[in-house]
Write a protein that binds this ligand. Sequence first.
Ligand SMILES: Nc1ncnc2c1ncn2[C@@H]1O[C@H](COP(=O)(O)OP(=O)(O)OP(=O)(O)O)[C@@H](O)[C@H]1O
Ligand SMILES: [Mg+2]
Length: 474
Amino acid sequence: MTDYTLFIVDDEKTIREGITAYIEDDYQLFAYQTAEDALENLSVHNPDLILLDIGLPGMNGIQALKKFRSIRPDLLVIMITAYEDVGSVIDCMRNGAYDYIIKPIQMEGLEVTIANALENIRLKKEIKALQEDQIRKKLPCFIGESKAVRDIMADIEKVAQSPDTPVLILGETGTGKELIAMTIHHKSPNFAGPFIAVNCAAIPKDLIESELFGYEKGAFSGASNTGKKGLIELADRGTLFLDEVGDLNPDAQAKLLRFMENGEFYKVGGTTGKTVKTRIVSATNKDLEEMIESGAYRRDLFYRIGVIKIRVPSLNERGDDVLVFARYFLHIFNEKFKRSLTGISEQALRLLKAYPWKGNVREMKNMMERAVLMAEGHEVTPKDLGIDDPLSGDESADAPPLALTPLTPDGVDLNAMKSYLDEFYFSQAMDLAKGNETGAAKMLNLKHHAFRYQYKKIIREKAAEDSKGDEPDQ
Ligand SMILES: Nc1ncnc2c1ncn2[C@@H]1O[C@H](COP(=O)(O)OP(=O)(O)OP(=O)(O)O)[C@@H](O)[C@H]1O
Ligand SMILES: [Mg+2]
């Protein structure tokens, strides 16, 4: 006896009994005279497969088929049809029937048809198990316990299921955008297809089109004489990850948009359109909306690539996730370097929490890698992390430096302090650099785009605050 449950729905007693007698040793069987009876018991016995007569009294087989499949789209239904009714089989197959058998029933044939159908279920289950196994083996886990990360994980689960939907991932450098893209791919039905990642910023502007779409032989001087497939084509039936999608030039933006609207593209130098089915996941740490305003980015493309948007907060905005990551990476690098550090010292944990993580998770990961490798004691200390503790200054360990006051049970408004520090240093850097953003960014050891992004935010917040101050008192 197998684990599978089957329903037989036929108004002819001889057929119900004949089939039952033939296969009852192999399956858990339930026989019904009408579709109505079977429907009533659908959720009670949860069958894997239904043998369904077309010519039933009351609800006929075709109506019942539609009903069963609307309740359980994965249900396998094999139609039983009288020879005179063969015409309606086409209708059934269109409505999702798996197969059909013709009366008078040949039992050996029926047995094979059922076994094949169930093999189909077994394979589907096996693929699912394989998929989960792949995810476990291939992917570093996307972890975090903050509300923001839990919401992202829920979004990943949902969006992964619809492999045609484009996803745009927004967030600062090192926040895990690529990891999210990979996770979406591995959880999607296309997981067995390719995951192709391309960094749009790293490809020279005039090569981006031929990289993405490929080229025909002799398309331009220097083109190989066999032509070349583009990355979009290589990602067929999988996922194409367009990293730094904000760096696409206007021509490439237009071509990408056309492809995303109808799934069709032309190779450079090509005259016939090609179609592929690939999911586009894009990511950027640029402010695309601002680029749209300044005319550097197409609004229609922004809407198209960002049907679903996932915003990844910076590490500093994720509260205790900093400590979750620290412990996670301790574990990972203990294993990698065959070390057995027992933990992270209290002081080191405090510093990690207060540290301004400009490089986000990537920076934390690198710092922990170095710390675990180099640690001399049994736990990770501030020295291993390479962070100076401002609270243990030269003069006295108890005297905090000017800007910092020790924490009391009343707590502190950390965000307000951070905003104050940001404003303090950003405006000084801009003054010193005489308004040159690149120079100011350098002074603060920030990348230009990160500096711009943050500086804009500071200005916006300050303007909002100023205008609040302007409002008349109520
Ligand atoms: N939530 C997370 N859980 C586990 N590891 C993470 C997480 N987020 C990021 N990482 C790790 O941090 C590193 C940086 O992540 P990733 O490359 O995905 O960032 P990114 O947002 O694509 O950065 P960039 O904008 O610089 O390309 C990777 O090693 C990644 O595995
Ligand atoms: Mg990346």
